[in-house]
Design a protein around this ligand. Structure first.
Ligand SMILES: Cc1cc2nc3c(=O)[nH]c(=O)nc-3n(C[C@H](O)[C@H](O)[C@H](O)COP(=O)(O)OP(=O)(O)OC[C@H]3O[C@@H](n4cnc5c(N)ncnc54)[C@H](O)[C@@H]3O)c2cc1C
Length: 405
């Protein structure tokens, strides 16, 4: 029996595993191909929702999604991958383990960059993973019970890109939920001279309006020099007293991408062809944030679930097709949108690679909620047919725009 191993159960890995099972079923190879998924967690995290106040539906048990379609799954920390021997070193509850494969789909995602700043590792929170989001949740609960002080009601969010803006905009609601209102302060810190510098000139004025209406302050053109339990020091000399520091400054591909020879981009991503094959590595496919693929002849994928999900579906289809000697399908995506949550103000919907504003406020928020709560969820019915239908190697239409300009 040939073995396909999928590493990672995020937006790329989950869909690669389901897509592979779908193709295996289509060609009647159920008894010839084992599909095995490995993740450090027993759940699929709807990672894009980790900044939200209600995390109750953001960790979906893998057994519910994979058992109905005959994908085996195990818990393990991937330590190293040897593409020459086709072996993966895992740390599991039983100790070390080596797992061999005939074909591999790498979907280990990305992580927030944590530079070597004094105090950062000990005192800063983030929303990169479900575990981190739960930790932040616990912190908010304890803030709600603690004695009032300026530091208690001040939140410093570091990084004014997509994630940091969404986090900052959500903070009035988060503080209100634990009974902190009135004198609260939310401060967004970034080394760039403008908020949303990486998002683009069309979006910036809208983001600024939204943040101003939510009373989010900014400290721009500055760097964090150290983090303490009581606040952060900036290179401007300012100390911001804040018992809550949330680090959202930059993403990088999984460090395990470095196990492979060959080209990587500035984010550490492996370059893959339109079939999701890693260049010069027979039998290795990669999808999601760990990979970069040119999707429309010109633009490389952006780290996002928007691209990770179709990359996963196509990688899953193609890895089985490759094993079975059948033609593979290229991934081509002709559209690109972003939908940025702006908390109580609403959201911002942009279209195209120049990120032209298409909708904002409550109209864009309706789209964001459709995406976060419906569009990116796998079917939860346990129906094999529904899971396979959702994993077909096709590209969805863009999300709906309500009230588009
Ligand atoms: C707060 C936040 C908001 C976001 N908002 C948006 C948004 O609005 N729109 C959008 O498109 N994107 C958004 N993103 C980005 C999006 O979440 C990622 O692009 C997406 O999750 C990438 O999918 P992936 O499958 O490649 O990686 P992931 O979803 O990160 O999955 C990787 C998986 O690999 C596992 N893993 C990693 N390393 C190991 C290891 N060594 N051993 C075992 N398992 C391992 C992890 O547990 C995880 O399950 C957001 C991200 C964050 C953090």
């Amino acid at each position: 029996m040939a073995r396909i191993v999928v590493l990672g159960a995020g937006f790329a890995g989950l869909w690669a595993a389901i897509g592979a099972a779908r193709k295996r079923d289509e060609i009647g190879a159920g008894s010839d191909i084992e599909i095995r998924l490995v993740d450090r967690n027993p759940y699929h995290n709807i990672r894009v929702r980790n900044y939200e106040a209600d995390l109750s539906e953001t960790a979906l048990p893998l057994a519910q999604l994979l058992d109905p379609i005959g994908v085996t799954h195990g818990l393990g920390e991937v330590e190293a991958i040897d593409p020459v021997r086709r072996q993966i070193s895992l740390v599991t509850s039983g100790g070390g383990e080596m797992l061999g494969y005939d074909r591999l789909v790498l979907a280990l995602g990305s992580e927030v960059m944590r530079p070597d700043i004094p105090g950062l590792a000990d005192h800063a929170f983030d929303v990169d993973t479900y575990a981190a989001a739960l930790r932040l949740d616990d912190h908010f609960a304890s803030l709600g019970r603690s004695t009032p002080s300026p530091g208690r009601s001040t939140i410093a969010v570091v990084g004014a890109g997509f994630t940091g803006i969404e986090v900052a905009a959500e903070m009035p609601e988060r503080l209100a939920r634990v009974g902190i209102t009135g004198s609260r302060r939310i401060i967004l810190v970034d080394p760039n001279p403008a908020v949303g510098a990486t998002i683009g000139a069309h979006a910036q004025p809208v983001i600024e309006t939204a943040l101003a209406s939510l009373d989010v302050e900014t400290r721009l053109g500055v760097r964090v020099t150290s983090v303490e339990a009581a606040g952060i020091h900036l290179n401007s000399g300012e100390f911001i007293p804040a018992q809550t520091v949330i680090w959202c400054a930059g993403m990088r591909a999984s460090r395990l991408a470095a196990n492979f020879p060959g080209a990587r981009d500035r984010l550490g991503r492996l370059l893959v062809d339109p079939f999701m094959r890693v260049a010069d590595l027979p039998g290795v496919f990669a999808a999601g944030d760990i990979a970069s693929s040119v999707v429309d002849g010109l633009h490389p994928t952006v780290m996002s679930c928007q691209f990770a999900r179709p990359m996963g579906r196509f990688a899953g289809h193609n890895v089985v097709a490759d094993l079975a000697g059948q033609p593979m399908l290229p991934l081509r995506i002709d559209w690109y949108v972003t939908v940025l949550d702006l908390g109580g103000w609403g959201a911002l919907y942009t279209e195209g690679w120049d990120r032209e504003v298409r909708a904002m406020g409550a109209a864009a928020k309706a789209t964001k909620q459709t995406i976060n709560c419906k569009r990116i969820y796998p079917p939860l019915s346990g129906s094999k047919d529904e899971l396979f239908a959702a994993a077909a190697p096709t590209v969805q239409a863009p999300p709906p725009t309500y009230g588009a300009r």
